[in-house]
Design a protein around this ligand. Structure first.
Ligand SMILES: Nc1nc2c(ncn2[C@@H]2O[C@H](COP(=O)(O)OP(=O)(O)O)[C@@H](O)[C@H]2O)c(=O)[nH]1
Ligand SMILES: [Mg+2]
Length: 221
């Protein structure tokens, strides 16, 4: 399977980039379940998705340095909408529902999957998805399948290993190595990845600078 990715020379896993993105503004724009009702302007957008409780809302708030931009909640599956936020008036951050929660009924799950599927398949402005993965866990089938689906649909993505503060550095490295080994069973290379901690701010500069970088490479939306 071939991985599609955006990267620039000299850049690897967030370690090097002289530019720095400052967050000057971050505003909620719209929530909906219909890709046709998403904002019509041609700005690049980045989707954040992962299993419920992976730390998505916390990460978004950490990136934007806003306490309550995205709702954080202990209760999985509460926010089942496509949420658009406009950042610095020149790109969109899209907060997507968490997948794989157990408490939602089957019929509800179907609807959820359909509009997410449509979002990914039809949203021309989507330049990259960030797939959030809990750094404490061994590779989960649902995440691996979701990334394969993205690849089959030619949607570029990067991984973010979340909650890295909850592990000692050795254990973190071990888990990411295990993840790489697992992914290399079906992928030609390990996708581009970041490590984050919302409580410590880890990964913020790397992620924002990466987005700034990709924004510069995007044209023809
Ligand atoms: N220690 C630690 N806890 C986190 C981190 N990110 C999220 N959490 C906790 O994990 C739980 C789920 O976080 P939340 O952001 O609501 O996850 P979401 O369901 O993916 O949006 C909350 O109790 C958060 O406080 C992190 O980086 N470090
Ligand atoms: Mg959330």
């Amino acid at each position: 399977m071939n991985l599609i990715k955006f990267s620039s020379p000299g850049y690897k896993n967030g370690n090097f980039n002289p530019k720095k993105m400052q967050i000057k503004s971050a505003e909620f724009v719209v929530s909906n379940t219909n890709v046709d009702k998403c904002p019509k302007d041609r700005l690049p957008e980045y989707a954040f998705i992962g299993r419920s409780n992976v730390g998505k809302s916390s990460l978004i708030n950490m990136l934007m340095q806003r306490k309550h931009l995205a709702k954080t909640s202990g209760r999985p599956g509460k926010t089942q909408l496509i949420n658009h936020f406009i950042i610095n008036k020149n790109w969109y951050l899209v907060d997507l529902p968490g997948y794989g929660y157990a408490r939602v009924s089957k019929s509800n799950k179907k609807v959820f999957q359909k509009f997410i599927t449509q979002y990914f398949k039809n949203r021309q402005q989507l330049v990259l998805a960030f797939v959030l993965i809990d750094s404490r866990l061994e590779p989960q089938k649902i995440d691996l399948e979701f990334m394969e689906w993205l690849s089959e649909n030619q949607i570029p993505f990067s991984i973010i290993f979340t909650k890295s503060d909850k592990l000692k550095p050795n254990a973190l490295k071990r888990n990411i190595d295990a993840y790489s080994i697992k992914m290399l069973e079906s992928w030609e290379e390990m996708p581009h990845y970041f490590v984050s901690s919302s409580s410590k701010g880890t990964g913020r500069d790397g992620l924002l600078n990466y987005i700034a970088d990709v924004n510069l490479q995007v044209n023809d939306l």
